[in-house]
Write a protein that binds this ligand. Structure first.
Ligand code: ASP
Ligand code: MG
Length: 460
C-alpha cells in the first residue's frame, strides 16, 4: 500500500484534546494506508502565541540581556497541560513531562549562552527553534501510543551533515533522499517527525522561513517519490482552498481541485495556502497535495493536482495581498535612456527590496513592495533617478485561473467590474503565466473589490 504523508499544523496539535483528535485522524488513515506524520510546533489560533513565536521572543529577550522566563513558562504551561489532557497512562505522561523539562533545560542553556555572549548565531537560533517541533512530535507520538497505536518519534534536527556549508538546489535534493530514508515507516510503527530539520547552513528561517514544516513534509514526500506516496496531506484549520477568503466573502466556497500553478499564485498573492517552496518539490515529483481540515476531517478538502485544468471555469479564485507600498519614480531622463531600469533595479537589489508588480511608461516606473520598512532608505537612494513618490496602504487584488488562458476579455471585465464598484485602480499587471491578473487598489477597498469580483466571476 502507498504511504500517506500527513502534515499537521501548529493549531491542529495545539492542545491535549487536539492531539487526540489528530491521533484519531492518523488511526483512521492507517486502516487503508501507512502514515508518516510531520508536525509543527504547538500553537493556539494566534500565531504570535505559538511555541515558535515564544521561542523567538525568548531569544530576543536573551539577546537584549533581559529575562526570558516568561515565554519559557508559557511553553511549559501549554505542554504540561496538553500532556494531562492527551495521555492517560501514568508512566507515559510522567515520561513526557520529563521530556518537556529536559527540552526546557536545553533551551535555557542555549538562551543563557546567548545572554552572556550578547550575540546569537543562526545555528544557536536553530537549536532553539528545533525545540518547538521536538516537543510537539514527542507529544503526538506519546498520544498515539496512549491510544494504542505504535509510533516512533523522529527528530530531524540533526539530519544535516556538518559538511554541508551552503544551501543550493543540490542541498535540498540530498536532504530529500536522506529524510525519506529516515522517515520511511518500518515495522508497522508510525513515524512522527519534527517539522524542523537542521541545522541548515545560514539558519532555517533564512533558507526556508516561518512555516517550514510544509516544506519538510514536501521534502520527505518527494524523497520517497510517487511510487511510494499516495498523496501528501496538509491538515489545517480550514476546509481547503476557497474561491475567496471566506471571512471577507461569505459566498466563497471550497474548491474541489486546483492546479499547482494556481495554488502557487494564490500563495504568492496573499492567500496563506502553503509554504511557497512546497509546491515545486512535490509537483516535480508528481505527488498530489490535499488540504484538509483537522476540525472537520470528513470533508473532502481541496486537492492540488498536477496537470489539473478546468476549462469550464475562467477564474478559479480571487485573492488580496495587503500592506503594499507603491513606489513611483518619475523622470524625464528615462525617456530614450537605456540602462535606466537596470540601474533602478540594482538599487532595489542593494537594499534587498522584493518587488511584486512593475509597471512602466516612458517617463515613469512604478513598483509595489511588500516590506514598508525597507522603503525609506531605498527611496532616498532612488532620488538620483528622478522624483520619488511613496504611497502606503495599498493592496494587490488578483484573479487566478488556468481558464484565463483560454478566454479573452477577462482583464477588461475585471477592470469594469471594479470601476462599477467605485474602486480606483492604480496599477495593472498580468503575469507571464497568463493565469493571474492583478491590480493595485487602496487597502480599504479590498473587501468591496473581492466581493465584486467574486460575484462577477465566481457566482451564478
Ligand atoms: N512552527 C514553525 C513556525 O511557526 C514552523 C511551522 O509552523 O511550520 O513557523
Ligand atoms: Mg505553521
Amino acid at each position: 500500500m502507498k504511504i500517506i504523508v500527513q502534515k499537521f499544523g501548529g493549531t491542529s496539535v495545539g492542545s491535549g484534546e487536539r492531539l487526540r483528535n489528530v491521533a484519531g485522524i492518523i488511526q483512521a488513515t492507517l486502516k487503508t494506508h501507512p502514515v508518516i506524520a510531520v508536525v509543527s510546533a504547538m500553537s493556539g489560533t494566534v500565531k504570535a502565541e505559538g511555541t515558535t513565536s515564544q521561542i523567538i521572543l525568548a531569544s530576543e529577550q536573551a539577546l537584549a540581556g533581559a529575562s526570558y522566563q516568561e515565554p519559557l513558562e508559557n511553553i511549559r504551561r501549554t505542554h504540561v497541560k496538553a500532556i494531562g489532557e492527551a495521555v492517560q497512562g501514568k508512566a507515559a505522561s510522567q515520561e513526557l513531562a520529563e521530556a518537556v523539562e529536559q527540552e526546557l533545560t536545553r533551551l535555557e542553556l542555549v538562551l543563557g549562552a546567548v545572554k552572556t555572549l550578547g550575540e546569537i548565531s543562526p545555528r544557536s537560533l536553530d537549536m532553539l527553534l528545533s525545540g518547538g517541533e521536538r516537543l510537539s512530535a514527542r507529544l503526538l507520538a506519546g498520544t498515539l501510543a496512549d491510544m494504542g497505536t505504535e509510533a516512533v518519534y523522529m527528530d530531524l534536527s540533526e539530519v544535516v551533515a556538518p559538511e554541508e556549508k551552503e544551501v543550493n538546489p543540490g542541498f535540498f535534493l540530498r536532504m530529500q533522499h536522506l529524510m525519506a530514508e529516515y522517515c520511511r515507516p518500518m515495522g508497522g510503527k508510525v513515524p512522527v517527525v519534527t517539522g524542523f530539520f537542521g541545522l541548515v547552513p545560514g539558519g532555517i528561517l533564512k533558507a526556508v522561513g516561518r512555516g517550514y514544516t510544509d516544506f519538510t513534509t514536501a521534502l520527505i514526500s518527494a524523497g520517497l517519490g510517487r511510487q511510494a506516496v499516495e498523496e501528501m496531506q496538509v491538515w489545517k484549520e480550514v476546509d481547503g482552498i476557497f474561491t475567496a477568503d471566506p471571512r471577507k466573502v461569505p459566498t466563497a466556497r471550497v474548491l474541489a481541485a486546483i492546479s499547482p500553478n494556481e495554488a502557487a499564485e494564490l500563495t504568492y498573492f496573499g492567500s496563506e495556502v502553503l509554504h511557497p517552496f512546497t509546491m515545486e518539490r512535490v509537483v516535480s515529483a508528481e505527488i498530489p497535495i490535499r488540504i484538509k481540515n483537522t476540525f472537520s476531517p470528513q470533508g473532502p478538502g481541496t486537492i492540488i493536482l498536477p496537470k489539473h485544468e478546468d476549462k469550464t471555469q475562467r477564474v478559479t479564485a480571487v485573492t488580496a495581498k495587503r500592506s503594499i507600498t507603491i513606489v513611483t519614480i518619475h523622470s524625464n531622463r528615462m525617456f530614450n535612456a537605456y540602462g535606466f531600469l537596470a540601474r533602478v533595479f540594482n538599487t532595489l537589489d542593494r537594499h534587498g527590496v522584493i518587488v511584486d508588480l512593475v509597471s512602466t511608461s516612458e517617463v515613469s516606473v512604478s513598483f509595489s513592495v511588500e516590506r514598508a520598512d525597507s522603503v525609506e532608505a531605498t527611496a532616498k537612494d532612488l532620488k538620483e533617478f528622478g522624483d520619488v513618490k511613496v504611497e502606503r496602504g495599498r493592496a494587490i487584488l488578483s484573479m487566478v485561473g488556468e481558464g484565463m488562458k483560454f478566454s479573452v476579455g477577462t482583464a477588461g471585465q475585471m477592470f469594469s467590474t471594479l470601476a462599477a464598484a467605485g474602486i480606483n485602480i492604480e496599477m495593472i499587471s498580468q503575469g507571464a503565466s497568463e493565469i493571474n491578473i492583478s491590480c493595485v487598489i487602496k487597502e480599504d477597498d479590498v473587501p468591496k473589490g473581492l466581493t465584486a469580483l467574486h460575484k462577477a466571476f465566481l457566482e451564478g
